[in-house]
Design a binder for this molecule. Sequence first.
Ligand code: NI
Length: 174
Amino acid sequence: MATREIITIPDEILKKTSDPIEKVGVNEKKLINDLFETMYDSKGIGLAAVQVGILKRILVIDVSNKDEKKQPIVLINPIIKNLSKEMSVYEEGCLSIPETYIEIERPKICEIEYIDEKGTKKNLKCDGLLSTCVQHEINHLDGKLIIDHLSKLKKDFIIKKVSKIKKNPDRIIV
Ligand code: NI
């Protein structure tokens, strides 16, 4: 296992659509392990393969609390089957958009069809935080980011802000 570098905006790859997986092979399994390690290392609750530069429809999620047992979930080729009319709102961050949080309203419950790392077709009903997280990550597979929920003006402002952060990689707060 190894951590991989997380790609941040304005990298164009984040706007691309990821391709479905035909077979979960050795490379995919290694990628899944690396995605988990990278996600836990960055204190995120979800990570899509495109965020480490791989355009495959694979994502990993763990919404457990830090004092709880880990609940790792791997979703391959996930498809949203049902979305509730009832909505919930979370302030969402994204590992590809540092230091930025945006309030986003999404369906409170969703049902996902996907295959797991053994290639078995499965269904998952997601509620609350898990539902928001799954929808956020599936958006990544379709090249959509949380800043796409904003006006062009606000979006450009955030892209500029993040680009500045990247130019000062040695900046520390003590
Ligand atoms: Ni994200």
